[in-house]
Ligand binder design. Structure first.
Ligand code: NAD
Ligand code: UD1
Length: 341
């Protein structure tokens, strides 16, 4: 069972992946600077798994520190979640995004190279497909970016492909997530957005709990069945299980392979709001607002390669996603900031 460094392990997807890694028998070490998370998420991972693991507070930009961790903990592979992820913020602060996401990954890869660690699973995003030309999206769809966040993911993907070409002892898995939501069934860990949520499901959850008055639906004149945007929502625990499969696939051989992690099914904004309302036992009030700049009509994955390559497919449906997200929201109306009580 491998020693795995999980960068950004205190975050939304990272914390759920830590649980699944431990469940699968792996030994983990978390590196996080807590810029967008709380150490409480890791305390709760330890509660769920009834185990302990090292947590190292630090920055992936600090190459020397990362190198020392890789050696100290005899790390064999890395799952790299650490990064900034807000599209709007990336337009306002492109340098912060290029520094954290691109230079941060460069720093991590340099430290790994120095320490002789060559296995990495990287968090990419369906955003690298830009405005889809053909649906469902296969991994061979042309890549493009429409904002600095997306471009930072694309640059790192290219950096990883170049790295493998130059030295094929690298074993690299690039995971392109569609729209993660939901929470662990325990209700102990989940997404804890700072400020007003940008993404649909956390926003709807705050409407259901009464923290926000209504949902603004960003446009109902898209070329979709009900006119609202269609996305491929995926339960975060399915996503976490996909990481375990991806990590284990790295032991099979070298390569640099990109894989879609989605469900293959698209749901509209109205369908999500209705499903969340059903889970929460309350209607979600909404108004139709203008389109959000940069939004696309529809985006959903072709997941056949994940099935073939990783023997993975998503098991949880929209009802599971909404039910689990609602449990987390109800139990933690103010996220992890409740934990000091
Ligand atoms: P998150 O913000 O909850 O988690 C990211 C974690 O990385 C946080 O704990 C943060 O404190 C940490 N971090 C950030 N910069 C760091 C640095 N320089 N050094 C050390 N730690 C640092 O985000 P998430 O939703 O869990 O996303 C994880 C990854 O997946 C990100 O790379 C994100 O871009 C990518 N992704 C997320 C989504 C999504 O919708 N959540 C979709 C596609 C891709
Ligand atoms: C957004 C990001 C994308 C990122 C993805 C997952 C943008 C332009 N894109 O995509 O880069 O990879 O999150 O993190 O931000 N919606 C509303 N009202 C809301 C919120 C959302 O109607 O208050 C709609 C959107 O218009 C969209 C759908 O809900 O049709 C999903 O939105 P969101 O959760 O932000 O995800 P994406 O737009 O797919």
């Amino acid at each position: 069972m491998a020693n795995i460094l999980v960068t950004g392990g205190a975050g939304f997807i990272g914390s759920h992946t830590c649980v699944e890694l431990i469940k699968a028998g792996h030994k983990i070490v978390v590196l996080d600077n807590f810029v967008n998370s709380d150490v409480e998420s890791l305390t709760r991972v330890k509660t769920i798994c009834v185990t302990d693991f090292p947590v190292e507070k630090g920055d992936v930009l600090d190459t020397g520190f990362v190198r020392s961790l890789l050696k100290k903990h005899k790390i064999e592979s890395v799952i790299h979640f650490a990064g900034l992820k807000a599209v709007g913020e990336s337009v306002e602060q492109p340098l912060a995004y290029y520094n954290n996401n691109v230079v941060g990954t460069y720093s991590l890869l340099s430290a790994m190279n120095d320490a002789g660690v060559h296995k990495i699973v990287f968090s990419s995003s369906a955003t690298v497909y830009g405005d889809p030309q053909v649906l469902p999206l296969t991994e061979s769809h042309p890549l493009s970016a429409t904002n600095p966040y997306g471009r930072s993911k694309l640059i790192v993907e290219d950096m990883l492909r170049d790295l493998y070409k130059s030295d094929n002892q690298w074993q690299i898995s690039i995971l392109r997530y569609f729209n993660p939501c939901g929470a662990h069934q325990s209700g102990l860990i989940g997404e804890d957005p700072k400020g007003i949520p940008n993404n649909l499901v956390p926003f709807v959850a705050q409407v259901a709990s009464g923290r926000r008055e209504k949902l603004n639906i960003w446009g109902n004149d898209y070329d979709t069945p009900d006119g609202t945007g269609v996305r491929d929502y995926i339960h975060v625990v399915d996503l976490a299980e996909g990481h375990v499969k991806a990590l284990e696939s790295l032991s099979v051989g070298s390569g640099c392979v990109a894989v879609n992690l989605g469900t293959g099914k698209g749901y509209s904004v109205k369908e999500v709001a209705t499903a969340f309302g059903n889970a929460a036992g309350t209607a979600i009030p909404y108004i139709i607002a203008n389109r959000r700049p940069g939004d696309i009509a529809s985006c959903y994955a072709d997941c056949s390669f994940a099935k073939e390559y990783l023997n993975w497919s998503a098991k949880r449906n929209l009802v599971d996603m909404m039910t689990d997200h609602w449990r987390w929201q109800q139990n933690n109306p103010d996220g992890y900031s409740d934990c000091t009580n």
